[in-house]
Ligand binder design. Structure first.
Ligand code: G6P
Length: 611
């Protein structure tokens, strides 16, 4: 949700900013801009993507060793050049880039209008930069003081980088609710919404916390709280390599990430599954394990694909640990009056660790006395820092907007957590526990076999690429897989797709079934397989086209479905990991055949830091 970059040092800022924006483009991509700060502000902005900004830059001056850049996901005001960032204040003293939403912008705007300030566009950000300037001029303040005071006056979320014309050798950064990371170089500093643009410059980063303000000069970084208390910056070493954020020969990040899954799952359980396969160790949970083992109830909260992983987790906890689980959309949970107590465990799942609604749900649960655990992918992001304990998924950076490897890593973590609880509360025998671990270790190889089916899946994509609608069905633990398959297809190919519990189809979606309707059924072996077979018969009786994901060696469903994709046999819980891969590949190839921008689907953003 908007990407911010900044640079101050002795190198040319422009290429650093452009490159950084490209790395962050997955956060938003409807308009982009840079400001170079030397003798005044040189602001260049366009409606469109960072490549369009580069085209504009060809005919512009690029001089300057200080600058900031922005790639936008519109909240207030349509995507156009005027609403693009950086914004310059009315009297020209300040320029600013912003990620987040200023909720009280309307009343501030009205006040500023009465003071003779004129606005060019409709954004909340233009209000913020003008508020800073107004306070600066009226109060005869320093730039730092004006930024601090403005931050006190606004409500909502922001990550901002600000420059002042009269104090040209510094950048000011502030954060509340929207992430900002400072990269520490030698006589230079970098700023970004996340660490991906920094890794090619430095391994040393400082994660800003809410209500931090940083005054950054070439040779000095001063970090303070909004109340002006000086802070000691905590430098963290990044554990990320440049290769992890490159496409490495794949056409799209999404395809690279789909193919990375055998490795990423392995990374998720590596070092956590004991070498003799007799146990699991989740270091990040050590302190809370006694509470987790005794929890009378678990509430899982998340958004999007992470919510689907949560639904899978519900089956795992019920099956292995016999603990009641509720799975909540964070955006709903945060505005309800949920009944929580000190013994409940809340698990927040998030790839980015920055989703605004999930953060708010965590804060609510903590207020109500629950222990909150996080399952996150991005190390050092806000959610791991706000939760009581947690487990990193270790899937590596996920850049494609449609989540793939983060989902399978989240499912793997939930699986390990549920098994741990089950074994400790006596609901999972040591024998079954060890059998499950032995199979978990085999899953990466089995997944490689599924990936070998890509050509077959491409053929299916060719057949169904023009379908206006698609239905995805699954039962039990495969119902969330169906939801996830439908989400993948709709978000990247724009085909309307719905996920449904297979038997519920009779209560509505069956009315849509005709000879043009592809229906993807996750029909791998479990105790409901006969029922699912009957559901497929019901579809075939109405001439629907069935693509079934089946277990290797299946003959019954293969005889009635129009197409089948086999996945290796395993425990049903692991069939989630194997069964979702053909659905990811199907969505990917349909989208490619339809000419869609797979990594940057329209209107979506990878990290939703606004509510
Ligand atoms: C956005 C992304 C999804 C993601 C969801 C939740 O919608 O496009 O891929 O599943 O946010 O994000 P999180 O980072 O909290 O998992």
């Amino acid at each position: 949700m908007c990407g911010i970059v900044g640079y101050i040092g002795s190198k040319d800022a422009y290429p650093i900013l452009i490159n950084g924006l490209k790395r962050l483009e997955y956060r938003g991509y409807d308009s982009a801009g840079v400001a170079l700060i030397s003798e005044g502000f040189n602001v260049q902005k366009v409606k469109g993507k960072v490549v369009d900004l580069e085209v504009l830059g060809v005919s512009q001056s690029k001089a300057g060793t200080i600058g900031m850049g922005h790639t936008r996901w519109a909240t207030h005001g349509e995507p156009n050049e005027i609403n693009a960032h950086p914004h310059i204040s009315f009297r020209g003293h300040f320029t600013l880039v912003h990620n987040g939403i200023i909720e009280n912008y309307s009343s501030i705007r009205k006040h500023l209008l009465t003071r003779g300030i004129e606005f060019l566009g409709e954004t909340d950000t233009e209000v913020l930069v003008n508020l800073i300037e107004h306070l600066y001029l009226e109060g005869d303040l320093t730039a730092e003081q004006a930024v601090q005071m403005a931050c006190h006056k606004v409500s909502g979320a922001y990550g901002i980088v600000v420059a002042c014309k009269n104090e040209p050798d510094q950048l000011i950064a502030a954060r509340k609710g929207s992430p900002l990371v400072i990269g520490v170089g030698d006589g230079e500093y970098y700023l970004a919404s996340d660490a991906t643009p920094l890794i090619e410059h430095t391994n040393n980063v400082i994660y800003m916390n809410d209500d931090d303000v940083a005054i950054i000069r070439r040779d000095e970084l001063v970090l303070r709280t909004l109340k002006s208390d000086k802070l000691q910056p905590k430098v963290t070493e990044l554990d990320m390599s440049i290769g992890e954020i490159d496409k490495e020969g794949f056409d799209f990040f999404m395809l690279k990430e789909i193919f990375e899954q055998p490795r990423s799952i392995q990374d998720t359980f590596r070092g956590r599954v004991l070498s003799d396969l007799s146990g699991i160790q989740l270091g990040g949970l050590l302190e809370v394990l006694p509470r987790l083992y005794k929890a009378p109830r678990i509430i899982i909260t998340a958004c999007g694909t992470s919510w689907h992983a949560g639904l899978v987790g519900e089956y795992f906890f019920e099956e292995f640990a016999r603990v009641p689980v509720e799975v909540e959309y964070s955006s709903e949970f945060r505005y309800r009056n949920p009944i929580l107590n000190g013994q409940d465990i809340v698990i927040a799942i998030s790839q980015s660790g920055e989703t605004a609604d999930t953060l708010a749900a965590i804060r609510l649960a903590k207020e109500r006395g629950s222990t909150v655990l996080g399952i996150c992918n991005v190390v050092g992001s806000s959610i791991p820092r706000e939760t009581d304990a947690g487990v990193y998924t270790h899937a590596g950076p996920e850049i494609g907007v449609a989540s793939t490897k983060a989902f399978t890593a989240q499912v793997t973590v939930l699986f390990m957590m549920a098994m741990l609880v089950g074994r400790n509360n006596g609901n999972l025998s040591q024998e079954k526990f060890e059998a499950l671990i032995r199979e978990l270790v085999n899953i990466p190889d089995k997944m490689r076999k599924v990936l070998e089916k890509e050509q077959d899946i491409m053929k299916l994509a060719e057949i169904y690429k023009d379908a206006p609608n698609a239905l995805y069905l699954g039962r039990g633990v495969f119902f969330p897989v169906a939801l996830e398959g439908a989400l993948k297809l709709k978000e990247i190919s724009y085909i309307h797709a719905e996920g449904y519990p297979a038997a519920e189809m009779k209560h509505g979606p069956i009315a849509l079934v005709d000879e043009n309707m592809p229906i993807v059924v996750v029909a791998t072996k479990d105790q409901t397989i006969d029922k699912v077979t009957s559901n497929i018969q019901e579809i075939k009786a109405r001439k629907g086209k069935v693509i079934a994901i089946v277990s290797e060696g299946d003959t019954e469903i293969t005889a009635i479905a129009d197409h089948t994709i086999e996945v290796p046999e395993t425990f049903p819980e692991f069939s989630v990991l194997l069964g979702v891969v053909p659905l990811q590949l199907f969505a990917y190839h349909v989208a490619v055949l339809r000419g869609c921008d797979v990594d940057q689907p329209r209107n979506l953003a990878k990290s939703v830091t606004v509510e």
